[in-house]
Write a protein that binds this ligand. Structure first.
Ligand code: IMP
Ligand code: MG
Length: 332
C-alpha cells in the first residue's frame, strides 16, 4: 500500500478474490477498484458465506472500503444491481461514467459465433462488447438512466486519494496468460490482463504504483481451449484433489502441476514486487490453517523457496484455506 495492483499469473482462477478480500480486511483498504469485465468471477469466502462476484470489487468485505468500477471496464447492468443487493454496498459503490456497457446482444453474438465458441469463451459477450467499444459505438455507463446515482470519475477520485496517502487496491481479472497481447493468442480473452493494463483501465499512472502483487496458485488450472503444459487427465486431477469447476460458468477446469517457467514469465510481465501463493494446502495438506511459515511442512517450505529462487520475487502471502483470513502473511 498505498497503491497495490493485483494481477493473475496464469490463466485466471488463481484466487485473486481471496487475496483481495484478505488485504481489504487486514490493511483496512480505503478504495478497491475493479477493472475488466463480467466474464470473471472472483470467489470470496467470508464469515462462512461464499460470494462469486462478477462486478462488485472484492474489497467489499471491509465495510469502510469505497468500491469503484473503472473506466476501462464493461458493466453488465443487471448483474451489477444483483450483486449490489447481495453484498449490501449500495451506499459505497460507484462506476466511472466512461465504463462501457455489455448487453444481451453481445452475449448472443458470443454464443452464436463458431469462432468464439471454438476458443471456449465464457459466453458473457465480452469480445463483442469490446469490439463495439473499439468501433466507438458502445453505450457508456453515463448513457444509462438507472446508473445515474452511481456515476463518478474513478481516475480523479483515486488519484486524489493517493495524493493524501489513502490505501488503494487495483483489482485485475483473469491471468496474464489470457492477455490479448501477452497470452496464448488466439486462446485469450478480449483485453490485456497484465498489471500495466489494470492500471491503465483505472487511470492510474505507473509512477503511482507501490506494489505489484501477482497471484499464483500452487497448481495451474485453465478453462476453455488452448495449450496447458503438463495437463493432467480429469481422473488424475481428481485423485490429487485438484479438480475444480469454474465459479462463473460451472465448466470443468483443466489442471496441471505448477510450472516455474510460467511463474517466472508472470512475474516478469507484471513487474511483480511480490507473489501471493494460493491453495498451498491443496498440494501439501499439512499446510492447512498453519499460522506461520516456519510451522509449514518441510516440503511446502522448500516449494515456496524454489518459487522465490526461480522467479526472483518474494512469496509475501500464502493462502492455506478458503476463508479470507486463511493466510500466512510474510510482509515486513
Ligand atoms: P472470454 O473472455 O469470455 O472471451 O473467453 C476467452 C477465454 O478466456 C476462454 O478460454 C475463457 O475460458 C477464458 N476466461 C475468461 N474469463 C475467465 C476467468 O475469469 N477465469 C478463467 N478463464 C477465463
Ligand atoms: Mg474466477
Amino acid at each position: 500500500m498505498p497503491c497495490t495492483v493485483i494481477s493473475g499469473g496464469f490463466w485466471g482462477d488463481e484466487g485473486k478474490g481471496k487475496i483481495i478480500s484478505y488485504l481489504a480486511l487486514k490493511d483496512k483498504l480505503d478504495f478497491c477498484v475493479r477493472t475488466g469485465s463480467v466474464n470473471a468471477a472472483h470467489t470470496i469466502w467470508y464469515e462462512g458465506k461464499k460470494y462469486a462476484l462478477h462486478m462488485v470489487p472484492g474489497g467489499f468485505v471491509h465495510e469502510k472500503c469505497r468500491l469503484l468500477i473503472a473506466a476501462g471496464s464493461n458493466v453488465h447492468v443487471a448483474q451489477f444491481f444483483k450483486e449490489v443487493e447481495e453484498t449490501g454496498v449500495k451506499n459505497r459503490i460507484c462506476i466511472d461514467g466512461q465504463a462501457s456497457i455489455i448487453e444481451d446482444k453481445h452475449s448472443a453474438q458470443d454464443k452464436s459465433s463458431a469462432h468464439l465458441k471454438g476458443l471456449g469463451t465464457t459466453g458473457w459477450g465480452v469480445g463483442p462488447a469490446i469490439e463495439e467499444r473499439v468501433r466507438r459505438t458502445a453505450k457508456l455507463a453515463k448513457d444509462i438512466p438507472e446508473l445515474k446515482p452511481y456515476l463518478t470519475d474513478v481516475a480523479t477520485e483515486v488519484n486524489r486519494a493517493l495524493d493524501v496517502r489513502k490505501k488503494v487496491l487495483l483489482e485485475g481479472t483473469q491471468g496474464v496468460l489470457l492477455s490479448l497481447f501477452h497470452g496464448t493468442y488466439p486462446y485469450v480473452t478480449g483485453r490485456d490482463t497484465s498489471a500495466s493494463a489494470i492500471c491503465s483501465e483505472a487511470g492510474v499512472g505507473p509512477t503511482k504504483i507501490t506494489e505489484s502483487v501477482v497471484v499464483l496458485k500452487a497448481f495451474i488450472t485453465r478453462v476453455g481451449t488452448g495449450p496447458l503444459p503438463g495437463e493432467l487427465t480429469k481422473e488424475e486431477a481428481a485423485k490429487r484433489g485438484w479438480f475444480e469447476t469454474a465459479a462463473g460458468t460451472g465448466r470443468d477446469r483443466r489442471s496441471a502441476p505448477f510450472n516455474f517457467e510460467l511463474a517466472e514469465k508472470a512475474v516478469m510481465l507484471n513487474g511483480a514486487t511480490q507473489i501471493a501463493l494460493t491453495k498451498l494446502d491443496c498440494i501439501y495438506p499439512g499446510s492447512k490453517g498453519v499460522k506461520t511459515f516456519d510451522a509449514l511442512p518441510t516440503e511446502a517450505r522448500q516449494f515456496v523457496k524454489e518459487i522465490e529462487k526461480q522467479t526472483g520475487a518474494p512469496v509475501a502471502l500464502i493462502g492455506n484455506g478458503p476463508e479470507a483470513l486463511d493466510i500466512i502473511d510474510r510482509r515486513k
